[in-house]
Design a protein around this ligand. Structure first.
Ligand SMILES: Cc1cc2nc3c(=O)[nH]c(=O)nc-3n(C[C@H](O)[C@H](O)[C@H](O)COP(=O)(O)OP(=O)(O)OC[C@H]3O[C@@H](n4cnc5c(N)ncnc54)[C@H](O)[C@@H]3O)c2cc1C
Length: 405
């Protein structure tokens, strides 16, 4: 019997397991393949919903679903976190004491937003990256906010969803305008990057809109510490700003199990081939989504598109066929910019993000994603996505040919 183990039941892990169950259904029924999904939580969050919880007052439970109801037949879900991933012995051990041998492994353990890394950040700042409950604290704080300075700060990069800090600033602006107190509120945006948005062509669109809305940007601001008592945030460059409300994107690192197992880089991300999604030097082992060290945005769309490649390549390995695929680096991250408009940050490895005009159509596309996410996880919308995203994968031979050309 071939054993497939997927660790992490978030966006990428759930989708990969479902694709494998769909593709290998017969082999699973015939007892030739086992497919185990190892998860930490019984409930599955739609993480982009955190922005609506924080800045539009959505209920924290609105974007949660039972994991077991999202899974296809054939996936064995183990609600028992992985304690160790052992490449040498080719097995995963769980906190509950189970030993899961694998022939094919997918590491989909995501990234952890960790405010405790920077002195004072956990005490002084609120954030919308550590879950729905923490996001709802922002909404509560906004209800009592009458006047003063709100600071949105990116504590360090990389972090999940690169557009989300800019989006937060736009949503704050809109919130205070609707409340009729915008002129009493100063919004500051502190970023370690040299411009309002990391990608230059996107920044050319975002920076003038920030200007127009009076959102003040400070670049090259690498957060060093926060003084919660005096409400002051200080950078490594020695600059300080006072705040009345601080909303910060916490520093991120790889999952604890990756760090503990000694299979990550210095930030706990798994060294992975950016095309085949194979973990470097480990046959039959793949990583996807936020867990990898690939320099591509940590986003659900990326995890989704990489899952298609990984599931295909595992089926290819299990059946001994020879049509391996590679991911082409397609990203597609939405950013709401207020007044029911949005932009998308779209690129591939070969084509950097383009500038673009904000539109209501893009806003509707972004909003509809929240509704289709749950169905997208079972693989039934792949034809629609293929049309929407265009080419996202190519035969691996083309990669080899490009390397030898
Ligand atoms: C505020 C916000 C807004 C966002 N907006 C967007 C957006 O608009 N578009 C977009 O594409 N993306 C967006 N994202 C990013 C997106 O949610 C993530 O990039 C995506 O969920 C990554 O998928 P993943 O499977 O790699 O990780 P995750 O979905 O985070 O899943 C990782 C899973 O691994 C589990 N895990 C960790 N350790 C263990 C262990 N030891 N054992 C078992 N399981 C373990 C975790 O519990 C988790 O369930 C947003 C994120 C945030 C926070």
């Amino acid at each position: 019997m071939e054993h497939i183990v997927v660790v992490g039941s978030g966006d990428g892990g759930t989708f990969t397991a479902n694709l494998l169950a769909s593709e290998l259904g017969k082999e699973i029924r015939d007892g030739l393949v086992s497919l185990q999904l190892v998860g930490e939580h019984l409930e599955h969050p739609f993480q982009p919903g955190n922005l609506d919880i924080a800045f539009k007052g959505a209920a924290p439970r609105k974007y949660l679903r039972d994991e077991s109801r999202l899974l296809r037949k054939g996936v064995e879900f183990l609600h028992d976190p992985a304690a160790l991933i052992d490449f040498r012995q080719r097995m995963v051990s769980t906190k509950g004491g189970k030993i899961l041998p694998f022939d094919h492994l997918v590491i989909a353990t995501g990234a952890v937003a960790d405010p405790t890394i920077i002195p004072g950040l956990a005490q002084g700042a609120l954030n919308f990256h550590t879950g729905p409950e923490d996001s709802s604290k922002i909404w509560k704080a906004l209800q009592d906010f009458k006047e003063g300075t709100v600071v949105v700060a990116i504590a360090s990069a990389p972090h999940k969803c690169p557009p989300s800090p800019n989006e937060a600033a736009f949503m704050l602006d809109e919130f205070f305008r609707k409340k009729g107190i915008r002129e009493k509120v100063r919004i500051r945006f502190l970023t370690p990057y040299p411009r309002a948005y990391p990608a230059e062509r996107v920044s050319e669109v975002v920076a003038p809109m920030f200007d127009e809305k009076g959102i003040e940007v400070t670049t090259f601001f690498n957060v060093d510490k926060v003084d919660p008592e005096h409400k002051k945030i200080t950078s490594m460059e020695g600059e300080s700003f006072d705040y009345d409300l601080l909303i910060a994107i916490p520093p991120h690192h790889g999952a604890d199990v990756v760090v503990r197992s000694g299979i990550g880089d210095s930030d706990g991300y798994v060294p992975t081939d950016k095309g085949t999604m194979k973990v470097l030097g480990q046959p039959g082992v793949y990583a996807i989504g936020d867990a990898t060290n690939i320099p591509v945005s940590k986003s659900g769309v990326v995890a989704h598109l990489q899952s298609v490649v990984v599931a295909h390549n595992i089926v290819n390995e299990a059946r001994g066929t020879h049509d391996e695929l590679a991911y082409n680096g397609r990203i597609n991250c939405p950013m709401e910019v207020g007044a029911h408009r949005a932009i998308f940050v779209s690129a591939t490895y070969a084509s950097p993000p383009e500038d673009q005009s904000p539109s209501t159509i893009k806003y509707i596309e972004k909003r509809s994603f929240a509704m289709i996410y749950w169905r997208a996880l079972n693989g039934s919308l792949e034809r629609v996505f293929d049309m929407f995203f265009g080419p996202t994968r190519f035969p691996v031979e083309e990669l080899q040919e490009a390397k030898t050309a």
